[in-house]
Design a protein. Structure first.
Length: 421
């Protein structure tokens, strides 16, 4: 594929000195970085364990597809650096010149070195391909000096140490959008240095608590699906007379001494509600971010996304009533294990809650025949009076934690109503 990048590439950078050595930080257009970079997945060479090369983990196509959608949102951001390594032959560090032309950059590239102002804080880092392709591939002299035969094309200037998924996702950037990324550039990094940097950057990362992510939605100015659902959950958690009163572990942590009361992580409660609003919460949030509140839906879309009509009209009170009536009936059916969670019971823990939320949709559609209709407490009481599962049987031995236990409890509840799962 033809690479239309004009070289040398001129990057204003600052120098950073750390124990591992010095590197440079700057910004570059994501499309340019995509065209000059490559990565190497750590894997067996020729299928044998005797030889292993590369440093990167295998690429996750699912993650890349998620990033491709994310980068086109109006609030997308990647504030952390993509880390690259560049061969010394492909670089020149020169004094900063804001008006430097490519012709001048090429001239500087052709000389051995330029005297650098050691007191400066900003420099120009020049990136270029190296060597002669024809000379490298056609040479028949095996004893020829390696420097004379090495060829580094434009697309192999930058080796990606960290950030391969972000950069791959940025390949999905819409043509009319611009997205710059900040980069950390290591010049002449050894294989050992590359491995050290990659390992430390990723080893130090701790997976973010999803309840924290949900709670941070409170700060969003636009009211997307996560914030909408989150605010309803907070209202239910604060409702002294409601079935979810003090059931939610904000930030995923129970208050001291409340481990048998606060049994549901914030993210666990919010996610199924969001799933009943939309399959793409980020896209919906992005519409609100752009000031778009009216959305065209297919006439029967609400039958899959039963809470979408409440979201579209900002009727959080309607959603609050539906959930309060539904879980009020659950509490009335199994009071002994709902308000308090005896050891081993799962009704008001993740397994029970997720199964109940899955069961909510067929219950809603059985009694509600118009979008945005309120599910009544009386109808919910009818449903749960038909379910003959005893409280003490809703335990982790009968319903194993995870998808198998969730599915089993859901199917059994459907069976008591003679509904097809």
């Amino acid at each position: 594929m033809h690479n239309d990048i004009k070289t040398p590439i001129i990057l204003p950078v600052s120098k950073v000195e750390q124990p591992i050595g010095e590197f440079y930080v700057g910004t570059i257009d994501s499309r340019t970085l995509t065209k000059i970079s490559y990565t190497e997945i750590r894997a067996f060479i020729e299928g044998t364990q005797d030889k292993i090369a590369g440093i990167q983990r295998e690429r996750s196509q699912k993650r890349i597809e998620e990033i491709k959608k994310y980068v086109n949102l109006d609030y997308a951001t990647f504030p952390t650096s993509i880390i690259i390594a560049v061969a010394p032959e492909c670089t020149r560090l020169v004094n900063y010149d804001p008006g430097m032309t490519q012709a001048k950059a090429q001239e500087l590239f052709d000389i051995e070195e330029e005297e650098i102002d050691e007191n400066a804080h900003v420099f120009n880092l020049l990136l270029n391909s190296f060597g002669d392709k024809d000379k490298d591939t056609n040479s028949e002299n095996d004893d020829q000096d390696e420097e004379e035969t090495t060829y580094i094309p434009v697309e192999k200037i930058a080796f990606i140490i960290d950030g391969q998924h972000r950069l791959a996702g940025l390949e999905g950037l819409d043509d009319d959008k611009k997205f710059e990324v900040n980069i950390s550039v290591f010049v002449g990094a050894s294989e050992a240095d590359k491995a050290e940097i990659f390992a430390r950057v990723n080893q130090a990362q701790t997976k973010v608590n999803q309840s924290l992510v949900v709670d941070l939605a409170s700060y969003y100015e636009e009211r997307g699906p996560v914030k909408f659902a989150h605010e309803v959950v907070l209202a239910m958690n604060s409702d002294d007379e409601g079935p979810l009163h003090d059931k939610v572990k904000r930030l995923g942590k129970a208050d001291p001494g409340k481990g048998r009361v606060q049994t549901l992580a914030q993210a666990t409660v919010v996610k199924p509600i969001v799933d009943y609003i939309t399959a793409d919460p980020e896209a919906e949030r992005n519409k609100r971010y752009k000031g778009i509140f009216g959305s065209r839906r297919k006439p029967d879309a609400w039958q899959k996304f039963i809470f979408q009509p409440f979201y579209d009209k900002d009727e959080d009170d309607g959603l609050f009533l539906c959930l309060t009536n539904y879980f009020g009936a659950v509490k009335a059916r199994w009071p002994d294990v709902w308000d308090d969670a005896p050891a081993g019971t799962v009704l008001n823990r993740t397994t029970g809650y997720v199964a109940l939320m899955k069961f909510l949709r067929p219950v809603y559609l059985h009694y509600c025949h118009e979008p945005g209709q309120i599910l009544t407490r009386a109808d919910c009481d009818k449903v749960f009076s038909e379910i003959k599962i005893e409280a003490e049987d809703i335990n982790r031995e009968e319903y194993l934690p995870g998808s198998s236990g969730i599915g089993k409890l859901y199917r059994e509840m459907m069976g008591y109503l003679d509904w097809k799962p």
